[in-house]
Design a protein around this ligand. Structure first.
Ligand SMILES: Nc1ncnc2c1ncn2[C@@H]1O[C@H](COP(=O)(O)OP(=O)(O)OP(=O)(O)O)[C@@H](O)[C@H]1O
Length: 240
């Protein structure tokens, strides 16, 4: 389970981002997080793995009270549930094999190879990230998380900035992650991906959980707050 109970977050600037968000998510499912820009989607990921402490409320992940955990225990939790941030995640001067091996001390060469194979990059193991396109880099970053044999994944905008072909390759990786029964929290504006892969959609709005339900219910909703998010996608989808 990933559980947020009445979570409040205010930044020093005085910006109140979350004002009592509650949601209970299965860590065996792919939950997509949607919401307007600045709504607090990345904040939710950071709360889930203890990179940010809530000012009020509780956060629980994989049976652990994240908001009350000391830093050392959080480091272990982040190996069980790695968080892939949106930006660059690899060392450009290390090969993919080395980058993946750096996920944790003592990873076996077999575990590294297996993780690269899972994302279709075994043939590129000895290449540098700079020699690869953005889609392959993103897949290598996912391989680094998979090498930890995680129990859950958190992915921030995994297809943002990728062209269609690269996004489709990342989608394939996420589909295989899902087929293996691994759950994830995926922050994404990519509703095509959401429609094909999501088990559940969580919408952050007004500092709270504005919606939690199936992707079908999310895309079909006539709630004005949800329509504002889905309408541009539905229009472009009907344009062909
Ligand atoms: N460390 C911080 N200090 C102050 N404000 C912050 C901090 N981190 C995030 N914020 C603010 O909190 C709000 C939510 O940020 P967050 O990154 O979660 O948005 P988001 O929903 O992921 O948006 P986007 O889709 O644009 O990435 C934003 O207004 C952001 O400026």
């Amino acid at each position: 389970m990933l559980r947020f109970s009445d979570v409040g977050v205010t930044f020093e600037s005085g910006r109140r981002v979350l004002t009592g968000l509650s949601a209970e998510l299965s860590t065996r499912e792919l939950t997509f997080v949607a919401g307007a820009s600045g709504a607090g989607k990345s904040v939710l990921c950071r709360l889930a793995v203890g990179l940010l402490k809530p000012e009020s409320g509780q956060v629980e992940l994989l049976g652990e009270r994240v908001d009350a955990m000391p830093e050392r225990a959080l480091r272990t939790l982040r190996q069980r549930a790695p968080y892939l941030v949106q930006g660059p995640a690899l060392l450009d001067w290390r090969t993919l094999r080395e980058n993946v091996a750096l996920a944790a001390p003592g990873l076996s060469p077999e575990a590294v190879h297996e993780a690269l194979a899972q994302v279709g990059l075994e043939a590129a193991a000895d290449r540098l990230p700079t020699e690869l396109g953005p889609g392959a880099k993103k897949r290598a970053a996912i391989a680094r998380a998979l090498a930890l044999r995680p129990e859950y994944l958190l992915l921030d905008e995994p297809t943002t900035g990728l062209d269609r072909r690269a996004a489709a390759q990342v989608e394939e990786v996420l589909a295989s992650v899902k087929a293996r029964g691994l759950g994830a929290l995926v922050v994404s504006h990519d509703y095509r991906l959401l429609r094909t892969l999501a088990d559940r959609v969580l919408v952050v709005g007004g500092g709270r959980c504005a919606f939690l339900g199936t992707p079908e219910a999310f895309l079909a909703s006539s709630e004005p707050e949800l329509r504002a998010l889905t309408a541009p996608f539905l229009e472009s989808a009907s344009d062909g």
